[in-house]
Design a binder for this molecule. Structure first.
Ligand code: M6R
Length: 632
């Protein structure tokens, strides 16, 4: 969590850094700050301006500020050590060294005690300030910031991406990492370092992805990359294809709403590399075995050399799907797809549970990790554990060259484009599309899927972008209904089979955006507890398409109705049974069971979006959350 930016160049560093932080605000937004080189009493000094609250507060404070230097660093914070406050906001400055930090220094107590014993005074409650103390001690000996970083490195245990400057070397900026992401942007006579390419693309599209234990020393417009022992490294520059407009709101009030409306395109982009339209068949590319499978980015990491092959996939006996939050729910839908289409047992786990439960991973297992950001700490740790246990690993990520993407043996991509709203939307439906294709490929490899079924399922998938466009029309329904819906005591989302993960996702979206109590339940579980919750103050959203579970789900709906619950049902086509039993019936286009969740996701996202909006919440930046959860 936290977003960091550093800049050297001829533009106004204040402006470049604040613009970059705006693009990183999804990573944390409880305080922000910048430090830019200036002349104070004729001496070069990094002048720090910080503010509690969202970036807007910092921008206000900076309105009248002018800095004379060409270099600066900035930070947007998601608090770990120390409450959100101006005092704990970054940058932290000690003895002329100023830095910003993303991550957690785990041995911070020990370092703090040691520094206290040496007489250090602390200006904040953060672990990050301690690194500034260590560097300021060391730089006095070395006379060089890069050398000081290498000396301090062995003292730091934990996860960190840090950008530091020192007033005695005012044209130098040193960035180093172990864990959280750091990307270097190489412009024309200017350099940007940031947590994410989104903060770089308006300056340059030429980037270098830093790996763990790497340090970059920026000196003016030049840079040098070494490992943490000072050995020089030669790294490729990658040209990224995301454009700057993708990170704008394009006339929508919120990124989330824009991203909901981008979903048909996101699903089409997710499918595109893997469909042979001429032969109406699926052929997954990019797993790590075909000529077109690796792009420039994946060449960056030599660890990606034990490529998955179709042969290996064919011979696996079991699949573990590991992820967090919305990605976990996509994985749960993947279980229904893979088990029913390819007939392989699939276990789905929350990453933070998997990594600590000493999982038994038999030989010939495939561990499939799903992560939009590719940086989620628990998912990354689960991936590493699976590799140590000898499993084949495959990732589905949106952010290319993210840690998870780089470390997995094989790769599939969501291809959703940048997702900025903290609530994941388009990455979810793209993942569902990729999981459909993965299940079909596996079904073929294992001779479980004949040509007719392959064509039928593929046709259904190819038809979803157009069907999704139609479902987006429910935007206006929820915009109007939100004022009524926000008054319910809670919302119970229910579904069966592959629609059950949509119930879970609907409840998660409502909790995270509207801060309302919501539960997602398998409809068949109602009688085992949740039925007791139902009265006229409870809204039930029943996901009830015309599939093999329809009759049973309809009975569950009748039971809820009989207890006085208010009902929104989501079904297929013009369904009079559902209309009769529901207060509102939302009709979805007729589709195969395999793609129903892609269509159903849209109304539950719109419901949460509009209710949160009606309650006056910040939809793109819900309280206490951050987009990229890079700490446990
Ligand atoms: O980047 P990831 O897909 O690994 O993120 C996982 C979760 O943190 C994420 O899906 C979270 O649950 C979303 N905010 C939900 O909208």
């Amino acid at each position: 969590m936290c977003g960091i930016v550093g800049y050297w160049g001829s533009k106004d560093p204040k402006q470049v850094i604040v613009d970059g932080l705006k693009r990183l605000e999804y990573r944390g937004y409880d305080s922000a700050g910048i430090a830019v080189l200036d002349q104070v009493q004729g001496q070069p000094k990094f002048r720090v301006v910080r503010a509690q609250g969202k970036l807007m507060e910092l921008s206000r404070k900076l309105e009248q500020e002018k800095f004379s230097g060409q270099i600066g660093i900035g930070h947007t914070r998601w608090a770990t050590h120390g409450v959100p406050s101006e005092r704990n906001a970054h940058p932290h400055s000690i003895g002329g060294v100023t830095l910003v930090h993303n991550g957690i220094i785990e041995n911070y107590q020990e370092i703090r005690q040691e520094l206290a014993a040496q007489g250090s005074q602390f200006l904040s409650d953060t672990d990050s300030e301690l690194v500034a103390h260590l560097l300021s001690h060391e730089v006095k000996q070395t006379g060089d910031l890069h050398a000081a970083v290498l000396k301090v490195w062995p003292r730091l245990i934990g996860a960190y991406a840090i950008v530091a400057v020192w007033e005695q070397q005012p044209d130098v900026m040193v960035a180093f990492k172990n864990g959280p992401p750091l990307v270097l942007g190489v412009g024309d006579g200017e350099i940007v370092v940031a947590s994410d390419v989104q903060a770089i693309i308006s300056t340059t599209k030429r980037v270098v992805y830093l790996n763990d234990n790497e340090v970059v020393k920026v000196k003016g417009a030049n840079y040098e990359i070494t490992d943490h022992q000072g050995r020089k490294l030669k790294k490729d520059i990658v040209t990224i294809d995301w454009s700057a407009d993708l990170v704008e709101k394009a006339g929508f009030n919120h990124f989330m709403l824009k991203e909901i409306h981008e979903q048909p395109r996101a699903v089409a982009n997710a499918m595109a590399p893997h469909v042979d339209l001429e032969n109406q068949s699926v052929r997954l590319t990019g797993l790590g075995f075909s000529a077109q499978s690796f792009d420039e980015i994946s060449k960056l990491d030599s660890k990606v050399d034990q490529a998955l092959s179709f042969e290996k996939l064919k011979n696996i006996d079991r699949i573990f799907i590991i992820a967090c939050g919305t990605s976990h729910y996509a994985g749960l839908a993947g279980k229904y797809l893979i088990e029913q289409i390819a007939r392989i047992p699939v276990e789905v786990d929350i990453a933070s549970e998997f990594r600590y439960r000493e999982p038994f991973i038999p030989p010939r297992s495939l561990v499939l990790v799903i992560s939009q950001s590719g940086e989620t700490a628990d998912t990354l740790a689960a991936l590493r554990l699976a590799k140590q246990a000898g499993a084949l690993t495959l990732s589905i990520c949106n952010v290319r060259a993210s840690s998870i993407d780089r470390e997995a043996h094989g790769h599939l991509y969501m291809n959703s484009g940048p997702e900025i709203g903290v609530a994941s939307t388009k990455a979810f439906v793209s993942t569902l599309a990729v999981l459909n294709l993965f299940a079909l490929q596996l079904g073929k490899l294992r001779s479980q899927l004949d040509r007719d079924r392959e064509r039928r399922f593929l046709d259904a998938l190819l038809g979803t972008p157009a069907q999704m466009e139609a479902v987006l029309a429910y935007d206006s329904f929820f915009a109007e209904a939100a004022a009524t819906l926000k008054a319910y005591r809670g919302i119970l989302f229910m579904g069966r089979g592959i629609n059950y993960p949509i119930a879970l996702e609907g409840a998660l979206k409502l909790k995270e955006l509207a801060y309302m109590h919501a539960e997602g339940y398998a409809a068949g579980e109602m009688k085992h507890g949740p039925l007791a919750l139902i009265d006229e103050r409870m809204l039930i959203v029943m996901v009830c398409p015309s599939d093999k579970n329809y009759e049973k789900t309809l009975s569950n709906l009748e039971e809820a109705k009989a207890r006085g619950g208010k009902i929104i049902s989501i079904g297929t086509g013009d369904n009079s049974q559902l209309k009769n039993v529901s207060d509102h019936y939302l009709s979805l286009p007729k589709a195969e069971w395999t793609v129903n969740p892609i269509l159903e996701a849209i109304p539950v996202q719109l419901l949460a979006y509009h209710v949160a909006n009606a309650l006056g919440h910040d939809v793109d930046q819900p309280r206490n959350l951050a987009k990229s959860v890079t700490v446990e």
